[in-house]
Design a protein around this ligand. Structure first.
Ligand code: F3S
Length: 408
């Protein structure tokens, strides 16, 4: 792999032990993956933040990186951590877990990483533009960045994203190359997509049918940012899909659906998705029994989603013994608090957590046994990460399972 003089100096240790370690990791990765060189990045998003996921070994490794002088050269934010950094007690998190989670956050802080912990960094200031080269590692954020923002990232692991942040570079292969960003399958959508939940079902269905590749969706017409973010999450949960196109909507599938210089859709695999396929995904993701907890915010809620939820809860309250837990980023939380959405959700008996999510926090400590959600990604992972049963439903229906009329 070709290295510039500056990169060779980093590899030789002239820029310190941390830059050397980071460069060694990127060069080894690049060699294995067939990269011809490294390319500069403008943004990093680093996974491997939750203490529940990385444990003591991961925590100590990050502290070593920080002590050896690792410092982020570019804007870098974090994946959700294992707890709300303020309201951790409300989640059932104990002191030992809390202390270790804070050590992880502090290690990142010492490395100059912005300790915004979210899978939607693009809503809170880490928002690359079209054509920008980046190194992100949360699967839904990767899908959104490639597909909706038109930025370029491979599916980075936590260590490679950290190494990219420290060197300001990433190996040039995969989705950094034009030819690898073209659609590999056409998805004719015949199902009615009325809600964000429908987009989640669509993504989950296509992910499990394709497994990998780059789908080009046709027949969707319009999709706002919230729908595209939940679509990104679901595609990556059931399949390894890091990029998609929506004809006439996403930046590399411009109006009319033909990409500039694209050979077109001829010869590509075609799938037709109708209501029955979505229903099959719903059944797959829905355990029997009644939920006692509803989780909304996978990916993390946008300000608009919190506004919509607060309106939906008007005149209702969470039933005794049940829970409504909502997940978002710290930046969106602060904004929604000013706007009144957080207060409205809390008055109805819901809890809104920032910095973490239902999949990476110790949800098993919540005391609930069955989670309902409008996100297929959350329903896919929670039974294995937290041992709760899970099921999926459209937002109104899900929320209705744990709410009753005020005064009832
Ligand atoms: Fe985000 Fe957690 Fe879902 S990281 S995409 S809220 S599983």
């Amino acid at each position: 792999m070709f290295l510039t003089k500056e990169e060779e100096r980093m590899l030789a240790g002239e820029k310190g032990p941390a830059a050397k370690k980071a460069m060694q990791l990127l060069v080894a990765l690049g060699d294995v993956l067939g990269a011809d060189r490294l390319v500069p990045i403008s943004s990093a998003q680093i996974a491997g933040v939750s203490y529940g996921n990385i444990g003591d070994a991961g925590m100590e490794l990050l502290e070593d990186w920080a002590s050896s002088g690792a410092r982020a050269k570019v804007k870098a934010t974090l994946n959700p951590s294992g707890m709300d950094l303020d309201k951790w007690r409300d989640m059932g998190v104990d002191e030992g877990y809390h202390d270790r989670q804070l050590r992880i956050i502090k290690a990142f802080e010492r490395m100059g990483v912005d300790i915004t912990c979210t899978c939607t960094p693009y809503l809170v200031g880490n928002r690359p533009g079209k054509g920008d080269t980046i190194a992100w590692s949360e699967s839904s954020a990767i899908g959104y960045a490639n597909s909706v923002l038109g930025a370029r990232t491979n599916r980075e692991g936590g260590p490679s994203a950290l190494a990219a942040a420290v060197t300001g570079r990433t190996p040039h292969y995969g989705l950094h190359i034009d030819a690898n960003r073209r659609p590999t399958a056409v998805i004719d959508v015949k199902a009615a997509l009325a809600t964000t939940y429908d987009f989640s079902l669509l993504g989950y269905t296509v992910g499990r049918m394709l497994g990998s590749g780059i789908p080009l969706f046709t027949g969707i017409g319009h999709a706002d940012s919230d729908r595209l973010k939940i679509l990104s999450a679901a595609l990556a949960a059931s399949g390894g899909i890091a990029m998609f196109h929506v004809r006439g909507v996403t930046p590399e599938a411009g109006a009319g659906g033909k990409r500039k210089g694209d050979a077109g859709e001829k010869g590509l695999e075609r799938l037709c998705i109708d209501q029955r396929e979505l229903e099959a995904s719903r059944e797959m993701l829905s355990a029997s029994g009644e939920p006692d907890l509803v989780c909304i915010g996978c990916p993390h809620c946008s300000p608009q989603e919190l506004r919509d939820l607060s309106r939906l809860l008007k005149g209702k309250k969470v039933s005794r013994g049940k829970g409504l837990w909502v997940w978002t980023s710290r930046g969106v939380y602060d904004r929604a608090k000013r706007e009144g959405s957080i207060g409205a959700i809390e008055r109805a008996g819901g809890k809104v957590f920032a910095d973490t999510c239902m999949v990476v926090c110790p949800l098993e400590k919540s005391g609930f046994s069955h989670m309902a959600t409008n996100s297929c990604k959350a329903a896919h992972y929670v039974p294995s990460t937290a041992k709760l049963k899970s099921s999926v439903a459209e937002l109104h229906t899900a929320v209705g399972k744990v709410m009753e009329a005020e005064g009832a």
